[in-house]
Design a binder for this molecule. Structure first.
Ligand SMILES: *Cc1c(COP(=O)(O)O)cnc(C)c1O
Length: 390
């Protein structure tokens, strides 16, 4: 491909744009991960991470992508043949179910149409019907990155409580951590699974488990094999600021910097409000274009990304190709079931009004260039909203 001048617009919903200062924070000599300086770095990061998860419980950090932290959540708490309840909200929920199957768990997978989040009433009904408490865990994706639908975790917690069922509650926040409000303690989540490369504005390579006392208790009797993922040696070593094996030291420098930006300089409340505002502006543009938002329930619109359907007979991947070639912008592809039918605009991470204006301009020009029928003026609708709602 010929060189494209100017900055590339990386508007996929993760990995997201990494701020320059986070990149610079990583540009450090490798440190002795058994030395005293390193212990201080770990302890500072663990303190900040707890604030992001809104928990006082243990949080562990793996040198792995988010998928590793999913596996960790299961192998630490469950035993072969255990029944688990999962919901087909989209591609990521489906992948989580594949891991559960691979590990020998017995998955009750509630089918979905990829346009809605998890229905709390359905959770309550399934758990209430499970009188013998065969279900050991309920696993939900908070922000389904393949569809732009955010499930209501607080309401799902209430549904579990209403059923009186003792199952563990596990939630994937890989694309919502640091972009959408999330409360591990308040929502009574037992294992929260996070990742570095989305709302936290870091390169890929770190993932997290936030672990409730109940989950820690379950880990003492769980029999799925866990070695690399085992929580116990990790938590024990973390107490003094160390790891049982070599941590991703330079990514931890980056994490310290991003935590400082999110918690101290911008404030989590402001970070979430910024994402909500960009989500709203994006949806106003989509409606003005006359295109359809994949998410059906306005209560479940994602603040992190918007998945948009192209009209019947048109190919969303062709549109993405035209936009990449002409305007040097990457948009998210339609994954699996919605391949070619949907494209996704990521508006999460290190992102501001003018970046959104550029992103939406690229989409509007791309729609015309790809000869997809649409109405002009989406950008204006978004800009008006941003101007009127500073
Ligand atoms: C990105 C993502 C994953 C996958 O994480 P990897 O880091 O690619 O392993 C899982 N769940 C959700 C919701 C995601 O957005």
């Amino acid at each position: 491909m010929p060189r494209q001048a100017g900055r590339h617009f990386l508007q996929i919903p993760g990995p997201t744009n990494v701020p320059e200062r986070v990149l610079r924070a990583m540009d450090m000599p490798t440190m002795d991960h058994r030395g005293p300086e390193f212990a201080l770095l770990t302890l500072e990061i663990l303190k900040g991470l707890k604030q992001v998860f809104k928990t006082s419980a243990d949080v562990v950090i793996y040198p792995a992508s988010g998928t590793g932290a999913w596996e960790a959540a299961m192998v630490n708490t469950l035993s072969a043949g255990d029944k688990v309840l999962m919901f087909e909200t989209g591609h990521f929920a489906t992948l989580w179910q594949v891991i559960a199957n691979d590990l020998g768990l017995d998955v009750e997978f509630v089918e979905g149409d990829w346009r809605r989040g998890v229905d709390p009433a359905e959770v309550e009904a399934r758990l209430s019907a499970d009188e013998n408490h065969a279900i050991k865990a309920v696993m939900v994706v908070h922000n389904e990155t393949s569809t732009g639908v955010t499930s209501r975790i607080g309401e799902i917690r209430k549904a579990i409580d209403k059923s009186g069922h003792p199952a563990l509650f596990m939630v994937d926040v890989i694309s919502s951590l640091g972009s959408i409000d999330y409360r591990h303690d308040e929502w009574g989540v037992d294992v929260t699974v996070g990742g570095s490369q989305k709302g936290l504005m870091l390169p890929p390579g770190l993932s997290f488990n936030a672990i409730s006392t109940k989950a820690l208790e379950a880990s003492k009797t769980a029999t799925l094999p866990a070695s690399f993922w085992n929580w116990q040696p990790m938590i024990a070593a973390n107490k003094t600021g160390y790891f049982p094996y070599t941590p991703a030291t330079n990514l931890l420098y980056a994490l310290r910097e991003s935590l400082k930006m999110l918690l101290e300089e911008e404030g989590l409340g402001n970070v979430f409000a910024r994402h909500r505002r960009h989500g709203e502006a994006t949806r106003l543009a989509v409606r003005a274009w006359g295109l359809e938002i994949l998410c059906l329930d306005p209560e479940e619109y994602s603040a992190a990304l918007t998945a948009i359907m192209v009209p019947e007979g048109h190919d969303a991947d062709h549109l993405r190709k035209v936009i990449l070639e002409r305007y040097n912008m990457s948009l998210g592809t339609g994954l699996a079931k919605v391949q070619g039918r949907v494209f996704r605009i990521g508006h999460l991470g290190d992102f501001n009004d003018l970046m959104l204006a550029g992103t939406l301009s690229g989409v509007e020009m791309g729609l015309a260039a790809a000869k997809i029928p649409f109405n002009k003026g989406g950008i204006n609708a978004a800009l008006d909203y941003l101007t009127e709602n500073p």
